[in-house]
Design a protein around this ligand. Structure first.
Ligand SMILES: Nc1ncnc2c1ncn2[C@@H]1O[C@H](COP(=O)(O)OP(=O)(O)OP(=O)(O)O)[C@@H](O)[C@H]1O
Length: 538
């Protein structure tokens, strides 16, 4: 037997393909057990199904079907432990039955089906798990009509069983290694493709690469040229008190950069105060920003400080400043120019020392033309503009962000960091991310929950539009116009648009309403009408 194992080990070492490895193992197993036939089933990467990958029967009238699949779990999600193969792969136990006719508690229907198709009559049955890393099954070896010690059909003796187990350990390791090798080759190809596809400006970097003048902010991931440029600019401006205007699409990291500006300034140990200018109606926003005096309006029972007071000596971050009501813009300009604060209902002016950082994802120049944004405020704010490019324009940051968000999410949940298989990685790299970094984070948070612990994130764990054709809204627009009346066709299209924008807005109705320039009420009404709900995990 030692000779056989040595011979097999040599053969396995030279085998490059998984199928060759499994054929060699099966041949040896048939020799050891002197079985009439057998199969090797491999477990898929999600651990849900066994696939017949190799089989050999000496006496079959017709071939036993290869590629057969066995579902380990029943429809209720519970492993079907009556099926001998499911029992062995799920628990790691060995089955060594001398006569299945007298064995109780098992469901032998799959074996009977093999007998029917292959013309065999199974009596004895041996199933051994292929295990790696102590208790992780990657498949099973199944043998029928094995011989016992006196050369009759029956359960194999202890010595033969040990030899079969030694064999399946070899097979398990080979299978595992072969899979890693295949995965590596795929990933290398993928990597080469990305490098070749990187936009020209990435490959034509300046002679001297931009070095961040400033330490990278904690938690900020990415070293693509546009991000390094932004960090550089911030490094230059942070020390002064000039206002900064951050411009970029939703989810590109404007708030994160604003926090970094504050941390990099001399004001770092003073408050960093954030207000979203689009989140509140005008009157409330004014009182929130500038405070009010007692009795200024119904419900103003006491004097109240505004956020401008709270940010004294620190930084006030005005997010979505492009959506600030026109009337309030004059007050913000005075705050910017003179540090002036006038509470709602007050006659007296107060003064504060705040550094203003604004952010916007709208075209302020257009707003000025439309009379919706004050030109003087724009010039005052736009002294130091910093553009944050959309994620699709800096694809080299995507793998680092994936790694960062998976680690961050896993650490929060106290779970191991999942890997992403090459297909899913491909899809993540190719997606256009209308919702930018926030969208990538949401996608990964959900995928992490969907994938089983210990198994890679796969395509099926990603939103459908990432794997589908990439035309139309969110990649899901029908390529041909469906049948029906105009109202119902437009309705279908509207539902797709609403769903895509809700996803882009991180399922925040206010943000989605803003993206579509409709009221929040309209969004709620349409979500109800089209029965659009937030998918689990988002
Ligand atoms: N470079 C980055 N590294 C790590 N996380 C990032 C990065 N950029 C953005 N994020 C994360 O993405 C999410 C969205 O970022 P942020 O809120 O700063 O975007 P924003 O541009 O201000 O969005 P909005 O315009 O919708 O307010 C946050 O969870 C943030 O932590």
């Amino acid at each position: 037997m030692l000779d056989e194992i040595l011979e097999l080990t040599e053969a396995l070492a030279g085998a490059e393909k998984v199928e060759t490895v499994l054929d060699l193992v099966l041949d040896s197993a048939l020799k050891i057990s002197r079985a009439e036939g057998g199969s090797i089933y491999t477990l898929d990467t999600l651990g849900r199904n066994l696939h017949r990958t190799a089989s050999k029967y000496f006496s079959t009238a017709s071939a036993v079907p290869s590629g057969e699949r066995i579902d380990i779990y029943g429809p209720d999600g519970v492993p079907n432990l009556n099926l001998p193969s499911a029992l062995v792969v799920s628990t790691g136990t060995v089955i060594n039955i001398s006569d299945i006719k007298t064995a109780v508690g098992y469901d032998f229907s799959r074996i009977e089906e093999d007998d029917r198709v292959g013309g065999t009559t199974t009596r004895s049955l041996v199933i051994v798990p292929m295990t790696v890393l102590k208790d992780r099954s990657v498949g099973i070896l199944q043998l029928i009509n094995t011989r016992n010690g006196v050369d009759q059909i029956g359960a194999v003796n202890e010595k033969a069983l040990k030899q079969l187990q030694a064999l399946t350990i070899h097979a398990g390791i080979c299978l595992w290694n072969a899979r890693i090798l295949e995965e590596n080759t795929r990933m290398k190809k993928q990597f080469d493709r990305y490098v070749n596809e990187l936009p020209k400006q990435m490959t034509k970097r300046p002679d001297k690469p931009l070095k961040p003048a400033h330490k990278k902010p904690q938690g900020l991931v990415g070293d693509s040229p546009p991000i390094e440029k932004a960090i550089n600019l911030i490094g230059k401006a942070a020390g002064s008190d000039v206002p900064i205007l951050l411009r970029g699409e939703t989810g590109t990291g404007k708030e994160m950069m604003a926090a970094f500006i504050h941390q990099s300034s001399d004001r770092t140990d003073k408050p960093f105060v954030v207000q979203n200018c689009a989140a509140l109606p005008e009157a409330l926003l004014e009182s929130e920003l500038f405070g009010h005096v007692k009795g200024a309006f119904t419900g103003a029972g006491t004097n109240k400080q505004g956020l401008a007071h709270e940010a004294h000596n620190g930084t006030l971050f005005l997010d979505e400043i492009g959506d600030m009501p026109l009337a309030l813009q004059a007050k913000v300009l005075r705050l910017l120019q003179e540090g002036e604060v006038r509470r709602v209902g007050a006659t007296k002016t107060e003064y504060v020392d705040v550094r203003i950082v604004g952010a916007t994802n709208v075209n302020l120049e257009e707003k000025i033309e439309q009379g919706e944004f004050r030109r003087d405020l724009f010039y005052r704010l736009n002294v130091f503009p910093i553009n944050l490019p959309p994620l699709r324009e800096r694809p080299s940051d995507i793998p680092k962000l994936i790694d960062h968000f998976l680690k961050q999410g896993a650490a929060k949940a106290g779970r191991p960091v999942p890997v992403v298989d090459s297909e899913a990685l491909d899809a993540l790299m190719c997606w256009s991310y209308p919702g930018n970094v926030r969208e990538l984070k949401n996608i990964l948070d959900r995928a992490r929950l969907m994938a089983e612990e210990g198994y890679p994130i796969q395509l099926e764990h990603l939103p459908i539009e990432l794997s589908g054709p990439r035309d139309g809204i969110g990649g899901r627009m029908p390529s041909s116009i469906p049948d029906g009346d105009l109202k119902s066709i437009v309705g279908q299209y509207e539902a797709l648009v609403i769903e895509a924008k809700m996803r882009e807005a991180g399922w925040n109705k206010t943000n989605a309403a803003r993206l579509l320039k409709v009221s929040r009420r309209t969004i709620i009404e349409k979500l109800n009408r089209y029965n659009i709900t937030r998918p689990a995990g988002f």
